[in-house]
Unconditional design. Structure first.
Length: 266
């Protein structure tokens, strides 16, 4: 049976590593055409070759989502090269490891610029095309800390909370135009996210968190993600036991906050 992704154009940001990279590989196997974006051109070129897709079926488009002007310019260039954008995976992002009292406000702004403004700027640039073509599906990588606050993640959690507010509103406003929205809520997934996290001073964290190392494999996580997107779910929660914290906070908030204060944040 043909995949729903077969022949569809899918734009993935943060495609050079982690969830984004695995999305590209699994979508290619499902017959999708891809636009791959991240800051690292070399990794994108290697990924394009690994997908087995031709250069016409898989575009390599370097992009720093923290540069709003570049996002708008690159979106215009992509929209001139592809006939449509069926799926937009706003996956680019950066995590954080730092206490509030030790984190410079410049770091807070940097995280918000990448995780929040990068996603909404690209979405606003692509949205008119999606409406014109009769619909499209916007997928956004949030986090379980997009559902609650957590130590050492203040700006990261804030940026992910903001995504929920914006994209839930987008779903309500544009549903009549065929715009679908799925928020991804991953817990611990085995990727380099903690290595690439930034500290309160803005430096690279450079370590694998023990919790991250014990997480769900990225292959399994992406398989669940694509199934959820295919079913047009509004949210897809993926992870091991840590993912249950989303439901613990929702139904037993008192217990959640007692436990949260005892959890090792790394």
């Amino acid at each position: 049976m043909a995949s729903v992704y077969s022949g569809k154009w899918v734009w993935i940001t943060g495609a050079s590593s982690g969830i984004g990279r695995e999305l590209a590989l699994q979508l290619a196997r499902r017959g999708a055409h891809l636009v791959l974006s991240s800051r690292n051109r070399e990794k994108l070129v290697a990924l394009q070759q690994e997908t087995g897709l031709t250069e016409e079926q898989c575009l390599v488009v370097p992009l720093d989502v923290s540069d709003g002007t570049a996002v708008v310019r690159v979106a215009g260039e992509v929209l001139e090269r592809v006939p449509r954008v069926d799926y937009l995976f706003n996956n680019a992002g950066v995590s954080q490891r730092g206490l509030i009292r030790e984190t410079k406000v410049e770091v807070d702004r940097m995280i918000m610029e990448i995780n929040y403004f990068g996603a909404i700027t690209l979405t606003k640039a692509v949205l008119p095309r999606m409406i014109e073509q009769g619909g499209g599906h916007v997928v956004v990588t949030s986090s379980i800390v997009g559902k609650f606050g957590f130590p050492m993640r203040s700006a990261y959690a804030a940026s992910k909370h903001a995504l929920h507010g914006f994209f839930e509103t987008l779903l309500v406003e544009e549903k009549e135009h065929g715009i679908r929205v799925t928020l991804l809520v991953p817990g611990h997934i085995v990727t380099d996210v903690s290595y690439n996290a930034i500290t309160g001073s803005g430096e690279r964290y450079g370590k694998m968190d023990p919790g991250q190392a014990r997480g769900m494999t990225v292959e399994k996580a992406v398989k669940k993600i694509l199934h959820g997107v295919e079913k047009e779910k509004r949210e897809v929660v993926v992870g091991k036991a840590d993912a249950w914290s989303v439901y613990l906070k929702k139904y037993f908030p008192g217990l959640f906050f007692r436990l949260a204060g005892k959890v090792n944040p790394v």
